[in-house]
Ligand binder design. Structure first.
Ligand code: VG1
Ligand code: CO
Length: 541
């Protein structure tokens, strides 16, 4: 074991979901090592502990895994359970931590951010419950990165991670496991695989786009091998270090080939995509796009049709910018609905306390208390199971849902890579004017209330302030603005737009048209285009 002297790096502050930086930043000597040592220090060391390790297969992941193994060995860890090839999807890692009773885990991923030598890399620490480290822990990690002077690493050859089995690194056991098996088994426990086999047997067609990222092997095993969907149902099924040059974010902009296929008249019955690390999902039917907030609401309304949730949901939770569609379902079901800040780490306490079974975010994230991360393939299976049980198409299910609950028209507009100073100044200025907006009318919309969201965790009482600006207009429309905490270039402004239509009229408008008045009012209040010189958002979801 060698102790290496080192110096702190600026800015090793975990964001919404771990530390994300450009790959060359992570590859600098000592950069990864500092962050890992700071993590180990912040959790009270790893001596005698069992950890899970894996990632989404992106560039530098395999090398990073070797560094982490040697540092864990130097720290006296008892065992590290590693996905073969250093592969584990985020939900599979969460599952492994829980099933194996591990003390925690490290996930090597920058999720939906592109990968490759000049793209993004990331590291995230998860707790013994399988969920992302809460803010108190990420703050402790950041604090350590600022004062770090040395790290310890075992001097040893690389461990062979290509075959399942056990080996030793010093006194530590390295256990390489099949990354897919446990996860696929868990899915068999939750869903009615017989009904799903029947669905594919009767000619139901599906396209799953794994976007050259980690869900490929999982999706092939579950849909093609276990459920009997035809070979080729899963596209882009081989994980590649650079995701084949794709941007592995399952939304209409980045999964455009899938969108085109699904919008064609002879498209498949059902379509889905997942992101780099497998925790996000996009749901499509032939000619139908399901917005993530609506997907959450539909899943909540139909969960009882799925064996794993036959007894009903304990409660639901959504991130604040997510639409209130699920709130209406929760009210109808008579269950609690919680509103949390953006990021999955805020759902963990609610699930651990048994208050909620289903959680979701507008950013293509849905999941349940089967693990403590959002879970892309789980959401796809929820939809398939609901389709099988109801015997209806995606379009029919959506029309039914809107007729029953009304429709929350919803869209997110992203302005990417803004100069950080400019974006901060714009929101600081908005903060100063927040209290004065009430009662004023912009483009015909009157502000009913406005605030900056602050969250008090109902389980442990911890407070997370400055979690986004929300402006509510009379009649139930609203806009939310916040800066992204996952980007690696400048600042990304997210503008979340929502308008409720109770029906029965006006349920089939184009969302962008339905939301145009709110966009105009937002421009008058915030002046995004005027202040940034942009003519419109870079990505619309
Ligand atoms: C984004 C999403 C957020 C999600 C996070 C991590 O964060 O908005 O809902 O939890 O990504 O998703 P931000 O701070 O950029 O808005 V993933 O699939 O990474 O890890
Ligand atoms: Co992700």
């Amino acid at each position: 074991m060698t102790t290496h002297a080192t110096q702190p790096f600026e800015g090793q502050k975990p964001g919404t979901s771990g530390l994300r930086k450009k790959t060359p930043v992570f590859m600098q000597p000592n950069y990864l090592e500092n962050f890992i040592q700071a993590t180990f220090d912040a959790i009270g060391g790893v001596a005698g502990k069992v950890l899970v390790l894996g990632g989404d297969g992106r560039y530098f992941g395999a090398e990073a895994a070797q560094v982490i193994l040697k540092m864990a060995a130097a720290g006296g860890a008892a065992r590290v359970i590693v996905g073969q090839g250093a592969w584990l999807s985020t939900p599979a890692a969460s599952n492994l931590i829980r099933r194996r009773g591990a003390d925690g885990g490290l996930i090597l991923s920058a999720s939906h951010n592109p990968g490759g030598p000049n793209e993004d890399f990331g590291v995230k620490y998860n707790m013994a419950n399988g969920g992302p480290a809460p803010e108190a822990v990420t703050e402790a990690i950041f604090a350590r990165t600022k004062v770090i002077t040395e790290y310890a690493k075992l001097e040893a050859p690389d461990v062979n991670l290509t075959m399942p089995g056990e080996s030793r690194l010093g006194a530590m056991v390295v256990e390489v496991v099949d990354p897919v098996a446990d996860y696929a088994d868990m899915m068999e426990e939750i869903f009615d695989f017989n009904a799903l086999r029947g669905l594919f047997h009767t000619g139901f067609t599906m396209r799953m786009d794994s976007m050259c990222a980690i869900t490929g092997p999982y999706a092939v095993e579950i849909f093609e091998n276990r459920l009997g969907a035809p070979r080729g149902t899963v596209a882009h099924e081989v994980p590649l270090p650079d995701f084949g040059g794709m941007h592995p974010d399952p939304n209409p902009t980045w999964a455009h080939a899938l969108m085109a296929e699904m919008m064609a008249e002879d498209g498949p019955d059902f379509g889905a995509a997942s992101d780099g690390d497998g925790d996000r999902n996009m749901i499509l039917g032939r000619g139908t796009y399901v917005s993530p907030s609506d997907s959450l609401a539909v899943i909540a309304a139909n969960a009882h049709l799925v064996p794993g949730y036959a007894e009903g949901l304990k409660g639901v939770a959504r991130s604040m910018p997510t639409s209130a569609a699920v709130d209406r379902v929760a009210a109808a079901l008579g269950i609690d609905c919680y509103e949390t800040p953006t990021g999955w780490k805020f759902f963990g306490n609610l699930m651990d306390a048994g208050r909620v079974s289903l959680c979701g975010e507008e950013s293509f994230g849905t999941g349940s208390d089967h693990v403590r991360e959002k879970d892309g393939l789980w959401a796809v299976l929820m939809w398939l199971n609901i389709i099988a049980a109801r015997g209806q198409s995606v379009a029919e299910i959506m029309a039914d849902h809107f007729a029953r609950f009304g429709r929350n028209y919803y869209s997110r507009h992203d302005y990417e890579a803004l100069p950080s100073d400019q974006a901060n100044a714009m929101l600081d200025d908005l903060r100063d004017r927040m209290d004065g907006l009430k009662g004023k009318t912009y483009q015909g919309l009157t502000v009913e209330s406005s605030d900056e969201f602050s969250y008090t965790d109902p389980v442990d009482g911890s407070v997370s302030a400055r979690q986004g600006f929300r402006i509510l207009f009379a009649g139930g429309s609203r806009v939310v603005l916040r800066l992204s905490g996952t980007g690696t270039e400048g600042a990304t402004l997210r503008v979340y737009l929502e308008r409720y239509a109770p029906g029965p009229e006006g349920l089939a408008e184009d969302p962008q048209q339905a939301l145009a008045p709110i966009v105009a009012a937002t421009e008058e209040i915030v002046g995004i285009r005027a202040r940034t010189g942009r003519t419109g958002p870079d990505v619309i979801t």
